[in-house]
Design a protein around this ligand. Structure first.
Ligand SMILES: NC(=O)C1=CN([C@@H]2O[C@H](COP(=O)(O)OP(=O)(O)OC[C@H]3O[C@@H](n4cnc5c(N)ncnc54)[C@H](OP(=O)(O)O)[C@@H]3O)[C@@H](O)[C@H]2O)C=CC1
Ligand SMILES: O=C1O[C@H](COP(=O)(O)O)[C@@H](O)[C@H](O)[C@H]1O
Length: 491
């Protein structure tokens, strides 16, 4: 049973009519209302530049809630009552003089003020400065900003500096929505609540790690944004490196935000640089061509709406990351992520080393390593593949591999899994930063990703093609096969 927080919040949502706000943030706030977690008197000021009045925006938000909340969780009366908390303010973020109006909306200065910037990152500094000029912030104000923070190390420093001129680091909540996923937080529980794994979690016992975040969707009308980013900036710089950190970090001394973030930063700092001569064997980038998705024909990346036909932006990346420290020396982390892959699937596979001396049938030696499969989405859960004796008089000491299985929806049938943004908004309201990214994490992640992007630029090589509906370019299979391994397939 989660208790509602008693403090009333005033949430100023900049960019409230944008895609993120309407698809994710308002549905998440509705779910907090549904769970009776919003304090009485908490309010939302939806801010954008479109000419509209509050009633029209409430009606538009009602329609979007109906569209994006699961039918069995949508209650029209509750939605209407939730939307009474929402007012709309027309504002051009570039107009400092217009910001004074925001103070008028705040009728009680004792309410917690949360500023959520669901806007292009180029707006963060402008909004922060204008809020300051309008005296619309205090040292207690919490400020939420979306990814990506910049498009490389230099530009992320500029954005972080601009935010830092107005706010202290302990006021800043940088979102990486993967950290709001229950199954991602569960990595911390798995690793640090089960001593069984703690003693096995290093290069003495683990041979390699795989992290796959596959998406079946394509660009979904976001060509303008995505083509400037590509899969490495959109997914690897943030979500996949966060997953890597949670798997690779040392145990934090407690669950405080800084203890966890300190450990993640140590991992990011220890990532081995990928130099130009390593690129062929360590990195594969791809771009999808026409193919199928869910059995239906789909266009290639260059034929998507709004496409620039000559684009060399990658929609797929596979790479081998190495961590230069005592715990992980010699243990590659194979990472892959892409759009228009055969299915939506995020999973981490920990491959344990075989026993030091093998005494069974030589033909079965390939079976002889345990694997821990962590399914982040969908079908959330985990399986530990272990070896047992095959049953039957005629089987001798033949081995077979089977799972110790934990499927969350079956074992813990009662609980609904909240969306990442519900958790993250809830943590912001409580003022808890442990699921948000600190400035140095963002910057060390960029430092590592930037060198790969620079190597691509210098080589001038175009991305390798793969047909939509396949697992990426064949080169990504060759990359892991060269090391005598293969991407995990559940057979
Ligand atoms: N969409 C997604 O799935 C994800 C988005 N993000 C990040 O979230 C942020 C928002 O993305 P998204 O919602 O897609 O963006 P959109 O372009 O859909 O929305 C941007 C919003 O900002 C408003 N806006 C922009 N400039 C101004 C201005 N000068 N004055 C007033 N209002 C302005 C727009 O107002 P109006 O509508 O009135 O023009 C709109 O409400 C970005 O940083 C993005 O990278 C991160 C992860 C996923
Ligand atoms: O941040 C982003 O994440 C989504 C994938 O998120 P998921 O929760 O559906 O796994 C990705 O599609 C999008 O391009 C990226 O900006």
């Amino acid at each position: 049973m989660v208790n509602k927080i008693n403090t009333r919040c005033d949430l100023m949502l900049f960019g409230a009519l944008g895609d993120l706000a309407q698809r994710k943030l308002f549905p998440a706030l509705y779910q907090l209302e549904r769970a009776n977690l919003l304090a009485d008197g908490s309010r939302v000021l939806a801010i954008a530049r479109t000419e509209a009045d509050t009633e029209t925006v409430r009606q538009q938000l009602f329609d979007k809630l109906k569209q994006h909340v699961k039918p069995e969780e949508f209650d029209a009366e509750l939605a209407k009552s939730f939307l009474k908390r929402v007012d709309y303010q027309i504002l051009d973020f570039n107009e400092p003089d217009a910001f004074g109006v925001l103070n008028e909306w705040r009728d009680d200065a004792n309410n917690e003020l949360i500023v959520y910037m669901a806007t292009p990152p180029s707006m963060y500094g402008v909004i922060a400065r204008n809020l300051r000029s309008a005296s619309c912030c205090t040292e207690k104000t919490r400020v939420v900003v979306e990814k990506p923070i910049g498009h490389d190390l230099e530009s992320s420093k500029v954005i972080n500096d601009e935010l830092g001129e107005v706010y202290n680091e302990n006021q800043l909540f940088r979102i990486d929505h993967y950290l709001g996923k229950e199954t991602v937080q569960n990595l911390i529980a798995l690793r640090f609540a089960n001593n069984l794994f703690a003693s096995q979690w290093d290069q003495n016992h683990i041979s390699h790690v795989e992290i796959t975040v596959a998406e079946s969707v394509g660009i979904e009308g976001r060509w303008g944004y995505f083509d400037k980013a590509g899969q490495i900036r959109d997914m690897i710089q943030n979500h996949l490196l966060q997953l890597l950190c949670l798997i690779a970090m040392d145990p934090p001394s407690d669950l405080s935000a800084d203890s966890i973030r300190d450990e993640k930063v140590k991992v990011l700092k220890a990532l081995k640089q990928i130099t130009p001569d390593m690129m062929d064997s360590y990195v594969v980038r791809g771009q999808y061509t026409a193919g199928t998705s869910n059995g239906k024909p789909v266009p290639g990346y260059l034929e998507e709406e709004g496409a620039n036909k000559g684009s060399a932006t990658e929609t797929f990346v596979a790479l081998k990351a190495e961590i230069d420290n005592w715990r992980w020396s010699g243990v590659p982390f194979y990472i892959r992520t892409g759009k228009r892959l055969p299915e939506k699937l995020s999973q981490i596979i920990i491959h344990f080393k075989p026993a030091p001396h093998y005494i069974f049938d030589p033909d079965q030696k390939h079976l002889a390593n345990n694997k821990l499969i962590i399914r982040l989405q969908p079908d959330e859960g985990m399986a530990l593949k272990i070896l047992t004796k095959d049953q039957g008089l005629d089987k001798g000491m033949r081995l077979r591999q089977g799972p110790l299985e934990l499927t969350f929806s079956e074992t813990f049938a009662t609980d609904r899994i909240p969306d990442a943004y519900e958790r993250l908004l809830w943590e912001v309201m409580k003022g808890n930063q442990y699921l948000f990214v600190r400035r140095d994490e963002v910057e060390f992640a960029w430092r590592w990703v930037d060198q790969v992007i620079q190597n691509w630029k210098d080589s001038g090589e175009p991305p390798k093609r793969y047909a939509a509906g396949t697992w990426g370019p064949v080169a990504s299979i060759a990359m892991i096969t060269r090391d005598g391994r293969s991407w995990y397939e559940d057979v």
